[in-house]
Design a binder for this molecule. Structure first.
Ligand code: NI
Length: 292
C-alpha cells in the first residue's frame, strides 16, 4: 500500500486522524524491525509474533517500539560500562560467552568456580531449581563472584511439550527459589533441549538464551574431545554450551580459557556480551550468539 495522506482527499477530519495513527504505528513497527536487522541478531533468533490483529497486540507493539527507542538511545554509553564490569578493555577484541547448564553440583561446580576465579573469567550459569534447593550456597557464591545466573527451569522440563500451566509454574517457582536464595529473580531462561514453541515464547517472560557452539560434552566424556570441539567451532560473539556436572568438562575449561585467550578472546557473561554488541534482549525472543 503506497499512498500518502495528501493523495487521499478526505473531508472527514476524524478519518484523517485515524489514518495518521495507522501510518504512525506502521512506520513505528517498521523502524523496530529495521532496528532488529541492524543489530545483526543471528539466524538462531526466533522471531516473536509481530502485531497480531487484536487492539491489545497493537498496543503492546507500540509500547515495545517506544521502549526500544529509549534503550537504543542509551546504547552509546553501554560499551564503557561493560569494560568497567569486565575490568578490561574489550575494544576490538574477539568476545565469547561460556555458559554452564544443569548445576549447581556440589563437587564439580565448586571446582569450576575455583578455576574461574584463578583465571579471572566470568561465565553464565543456567541452574536447575531442584539443584539450587540442594546447593543454595553455590548459587550465592556464583553471584558473589560476578557470574550471571539464569533459569534452566526447576525440573529440566521440556517446555515446548508442557502445558501453559506447566510453563508458568516452572518460571514462577524459579522466581521464588531465586528470591529465597539471592533476593532477586532470574533475568534469562535457557529452555532445556533448546525447545521453544509459540506457547514458550508467550509465557516465558524472560529472554530465551540458546547457544551457537555445542561440543556435546554430555556425550563425549573426554576433556580432549571437548577442547577440540569447542576450539574448532568458536567464533567472535559465540555462546558456548557446557555442563558443570561432568568432571571431564571441568577438566577442559582451563585449557579452553588459555587457548582462546591466546587467540585474542575475552570472556564475558551473556548480558555483558549482548550489551557489548548493542543488543537489547527482550522477553519471548531467543538469542544464540552476538556477532560483531
Ligand atoms: Ni540442560
Amino acid at each position: 500500500m503506497a499512498l500518502s495522506l495528501r493523495e487521499v482527499n478526505i473531508e472527514l477530519p476524524w478519518l484523517k486522524v485515524v489514518l495518521a495513527v495507522v501510518f504512525a504505528v506502521t512506520a513505528g513497527v517498521g523502524m523496530q524491525l529495521a532496528m532488529r536487522e541492524k543489530l545483526g541478531q543471528e539466524t538462531k533468533v526466533v522471531e516473536a509474533e509481530v502485531a497480531g490483529d487484536s487492539g491489545e497486540a497493537k498496543e503492546m507493539e507500540e509500547a515495545k517500539v517506544a521502549e526500544g527507542e529509549t534503550k537504543e538511545a542509551e546504547e552509546g554509553e553501554k560499551v564503557p560500562e561493560v569494560e568497567r564490569e569486565a575490568g578490561r578493555d574489550i575494544q576490538g577484541k574477539k568476545l565469547v560467552a561460556l555458559s554452564f547448564d544443569d548445576g549447581p553440583a556440589a563437587e564439580t561446580t565448586t571446582r569450576l568456580l575455583g578455576i574461574l576465579r584463578e583465571k579471572g573469567v566470568v561465565v553464565t550459569f543456567f541452574v536447575l531449581g531442584n539443584m539450587v534447593e540442594k546447593n543454595p550456597e553455590i548459587l550465592k557464591q556464583q553471584v558473589r563472584e560476578g557470574h550471571e545466573v539464569g533459569s534452566h527451569t526447576v525440573t529440566h522440563a521440556n517446555l515446548a511439550a508442557s502445558t501453559v500451566e506447566g510453563i508458568r509454574w516452572e518460571e514462577a517457582r524459579m522466581d521464588e527459589i531465586f528470591q529465597e536464595v539471592i533476593q532477586r529473580k532470574p533475568d534469562l531462561t535457557r529452555p532445556p533441549y533448546g525447545a521453544i514453541d509459540e506457547a514458550v515464547r508467550q509465557n516465558v517472560k524472560r529472554p530465551l538464551v540458546l547457544w551457537s557452539v555445542d561440543p556435546e560434552d554430555w556425550k563425549y566424556k573426554s576433556a580432549d574431545e571437548v577442547v577440540r570441539r569447542v576450539e574448532g567451532a568458536v567464533f567472535d560473539g559465540a555462546i558456548v554450551l557446557l555442563h558443570d556436572i561432568y568432571p571431564t568438562t571441568i577438566e577442559a575449561v582451563p585449557r579452553i580459557i588459555d587457548d582462546l585467550r591466546q587467540q585474542g578472546y575475552e570472556f564475558l557473561t551473556i548480558p555483558q556480551l549482548a550489551k557489548a554488541r548493542g543488543v537489547v534482549m527482550e522477553g519471548g525472543w531467543a538469542y544464540g550468539s552476538f556477532r560483531p
